[in-house]
Design a protein around this ligand. Structure first.
Ligand code: ZN
Length: 171
């Protein structure tokens, strides 16, 4: 069974939301058409990925992270009702995986979750996956971006309103 830990100041509703968004991303990325596999070309399932996962939910205004069987999601921006979500300088202007404004704070949180699910999947499976094995496998490198791009296109960007921060606009 997957393990979820929440910090004391995180509500059960916030924890359950992160769990639901994480499972939604996993459900997409394990689809056969994306051809991401385990050892010996073994097909991935949500259960296989989930069962090994340690998911932590915090609210400290810090960054989120993801790696081998691990994800840590900070819900501070979500709790503040922010609908704009930043991305790393390296990718923030990319039309698909860049930063943007979303319909709701939950949709903006989905960007964070998708970003970290991409790290989790990349870290755990790039070595077993034919189309990811070679090339740039650094943490925000080209192969991680390919996984993240799938999640952005199929899930996250459906609720993207525009690619600028409304709070930065001059009246
Ligand atoms: Zn990252």
């Amino acid at each position: 069974m997957g393990l979820i830990y929440k910090s004391k100041n995180v509500t059960t509703a916030e924890r359950d939301l992160v769990k639901r968004l994480t499972k939604q991303c996993l459900k997409e990325i394990v689809k056969s058409k994306w051809e991401i596999t385990g050892p010996r070309s073994e097909k991935l399932t949500v259960a296989k990925v989930w069962d090994k996962l340690y998911l932590k939910v915090k609210c400290r205004g810090q960054s989120s992270s993801g790696g081998k069987n691990y994800m840590c999601i900070d819900v501070s921006q979500y709790r503040k009702g922010r609908t704009f979500q930043h991305e790393y300088a390296r990718i923030k202007n990319d039309p698909i995986i860049g930063e943007g404004t979303f319909a709701t704070p939950e949709d903006a949180l989905m960007l964070i979750v998708a970003h970290e699910v991409a790290h989790l999947i990349h870290y755990n499976y790039f070595i077993y996956t034919r189309w990811l094995r070679d090339g740039d496998n650094t943490p925000h490198g080209k192969n991680w971006q390919k996984i993240y791009r799938i999640l952005r296109r199929e899930i996250v960007n459906k609720n993207m309103v525009r690619d600028v921060d409304p709070e930065k606009k001059v009246a």
